[in-house]
Design a protein around this ligand. Sequence first.
Ligand code: ZN
Length: 319
Amino acid sequence: MSQANELLLPARATICEVAPRDGFQAEKEWIPTEQKVRIVRELAKTGIRYMEITSFVHPKAIPQLKDAEEVVRQVQDLPGIHFRALVPNVKGAQRAIDAGLKKLKLMLSATDSHSLANANCRVEEALEGLYPIVELAAKHGVQVGGSISVAFGCPYEGNVPVERIMHIVERYQAMGVNEVSLADTTGMANPKQVYEMLGQLKAHFPQITFSMHLHNTRGMALANAVAALQQGITHFDSSVAGLGGCPYAPGATGNIATEDLVHAFAEMGVETGINLDAIINVAKDVRETLGHDGGSYMLQAGPCSQLHRKPQGQVKLET
Ligand code: ZN
């Protein structure tokens, strides 16, 4: 292949499994703690090295995650897995640190409307509220990553100007937070937008590591992931069996499925270190345990490598 026709992509990408947080929190039926723990332990056998294990939110806000401490306690022995938890406030951060977590993910919305719905305050106020969390983490030698929800489109406000994202990233940088997860919380991003926004962000913030948290609400998540890869982004969140949604954004369902992302990346020569067959098996297990999945092409069709038996007669009308 000539160089001009080659699509240059990173050789490797890091996937953080978020089903235990983003996926489970969207489930209405209570998932018993032992089931949560079992799924996490299964995930740990697939080659996944990063996991968002839970969220230390108030139990009344998300009852499904009220067993956060217990889940963390029961998976502490898993070797080589980097766990992080989402923390909405100082109290949650303290709980996460007490539970033994070494990494926290901060929560922040790009728009006032989503912030009011999600955190009951405007963005500027929410930003101020992050400082004490960062301080607390620093005091305990715990790492902190930032996040921006509805970064590519807000279900209440629509378009989110790139200047707004720039401003928030600047604030994160000023706090000493050098990792920012850009979340397409309700699946409003498109590949052109992702490519262009990441280009601008990377140019302005060369020191920041950006990661992509993509929901497949409108079928654009994988295309968006490829657009991000083309910009050299190598950190992605995904959720086994495509579980997930945003409890505050009506109609928002389904993170990009880990098995779909692993498969697509492998097909393009982007190594994730995750075993495809193993992650598909966990997805099947999750679907059986919960009674449904959140949208997974691997569960529907299987990988490209799974060839059909050659037809004996003529194939009819297969175009
Ligand atoms: Zn999400």
